[in-house]
Design a protein around this ligand. Structure first.
Ligand code: FE
Length: 267
């Protein structure tokens, strides 16, 4: 019987910021694992990440030298599998991960570097540009890391009892949840994402669609499943048939990983 390798760190594209890498009761900088998991969201994680970075940079001490600023905190996580054929062709997978995601990593680190320089020099003339760049590239890093973790060759497992219960309470059934997820994701205008997320305030799962991934978020939710519907995710194989890609994609969901993210977020 095929035994998959151990679940890799869910890195979220940020060095040393990993769900599995944060021990229970542990911290990332001064950010507790519990708070990290509760604040993860498109912007929520962005807030968590930038908050952690900001804390590392200052630690309440405005005189901390620039050399103490953690350089290049965003990183490209390795893919946890070699292929997702036939649903996603190997050429698309390689380009998507090695070029597109890598560009987000470079852009997010560049934005952080430029913001650090602005603080050092006191010249804030371009701060709006670099904040926007950080939001765009940082969100791209976070969502792509979740996207890779949302899939497994031929799919894997099934929702845990906890996730199945939450799906039933929020959407009546897994079938209805996936029908809404697929329909919503197919309807994303231009480029974007379909997300399944836990909302800790509502104590329920929600499906969100993302068009400009740096905007229109629901702050504080914890995305646990993501489907990328930017054209670079499917166009080589599916061309303009996004619905075919989304329907096929729902067959390769990593339910084991999604269940683990749900259990962590809903604690
Ligand atoms: Fe993408």
């Amino acid at each position: 019987m095929y035994k998959p390798p151990p679940l890799r760190y869910y890195t979220l594209g940020v060095r040393k910021v990993a769900f599995k890498g944060i021990p229970k009761g542990g911290t990332v900088g001064r950010l507790s694992r519990r708070r990290m998991l509760r604040t993860v969201g498109l912007g929520g994680l962005g807030l968590a990440v930038t908050s952690a970075i900001g804390r590392n940079e200052t630690k309440g001490d405005d005189t901390m030298p620039a050399s103490a600023i953690k350089p290049q905190p965003f990183a490209l996580p390795p893919l946890p599998y070699k292929s997702l054929e036939p649903v996603i062709d190997d050429a698309t997978l390689a380009l998507h991960h090695d070029k597109h995601h890598a560009a987000y990593v470079a852009g997010a680190n560049k934005a952080l570097d430029e913001l650090a320089k602005a603080r050092q020099s006191g010249d804030m003339a371009l701060v709006q540009h670099w904040e926007r760049s950080l939001a765009f590239h940082g969100s791209g890093c976070i969502l792509h890391s979740l996207y890779w973790a949302s899939m497994w060759p031929s799919g894997r497992g099934k929702p845990s009892d906890g996730l199945a219960g939450a799906i039933a309470a929020s959407f009546e059934s897994q079938e209805k949840m996936l029908a809404q997820f697929a329909a919503a994701t197919k309807a994303v205008e231009a480029s974007g994402w379909g997300l399944l997320a836990w909302d800790p305030a509502l104590q329920r799962l929600v499906i969100l669609t993302v068009e400009k991934h740096q905007d229109l978020t629901l702050w504080g939710v914890a995305p646990i499943l993501a489907c990328d519907v930017w054209e670079h995710a499917y166009y080589l194989k599916y061309q303009n048939k996004r619905p075919d890609y989304v329907d096929a994609w729902t067959k390769i969901i990593d339910w084991d990983g999604t269940s683990k993210r749900f259990e962590a977020a809903a604690k």
